[in-house]
Write a new protein. Sequence first.
Length: 285
Amino acid sequence: MKRRAWLLGILLVVAGPPGVVQAADPDWKAVEQALGKPGQLQSGDVFRIGMPRTDLSVTVKGVPVKPGFALGSYAAFKQVGDHAMVMGDLVLLDQEVPGVMSGLLSNGLEVTAVHNHLNEMSPHVMYMHFSGHGEAVQLARGLCQALSASGTPLGSASAPASAAGPSLDTKQIEQVAVPRADPITEMGIPLLPAMGVTTVMNFQPTADGKAAITGDFVLVDREVNPVAKALRQYGIDVTAIHNHGLQDSPRLFYMHFWATDDAVKLAQGLKAALAATKSVPSGAN
């Protein structure tokens, strides 16, 4: 009898409390294979897969834009209890938007925003934000099917880079990511910086020895105008203000920006704008 009680205790520890479903860790290799791109496990157990539009040659106000600078589609997966959630952003040409949207919706994924991030892009590019809940591999398969309506380079996750198109030149791209200091949730689920809920500032050198900057600030309502004012004081264009999600709490707004100038001057402008937000101090994350 004592042995039976001991075994029951062990089973309860392994299985967890009654009513709590224990899910196995996702097979991230299978997710990679389903989507056709390799990924990386990041902070908070977020598995992020990048899908840069290396097939596109895009300029902004005549400045060539590298894929890692402003053309980076991605999908961020996280296991939540007995299912996975995914959210991300897709870089699409205008003519690709309807087909990809139909593909997402028919595969049980939700479209949470469609908009520009930058102005005066050639060719014109739109950004489609999406989310979904379910089994991780099935979510990846649905996303892959939706992206088949676009030119997004996909293929075997184990294939060499040269087989999937041009290599991604990141040597000259500098990226600074600053998470918010306050917790962000969606329907009670934490939204982590690796899932795209973080301020991002990208620098790319230009041919004249200066720099181009782009990215987005993650803001609550009262921060929108102070940040816009700080950016404009340093000659940085605000190119879009909008949502990326539908049920985030607190309600978030994303402010995209663009400028070309002396890199130090631009950094000073971004620092001034960042000071108007509730963000994690530099070196604290």
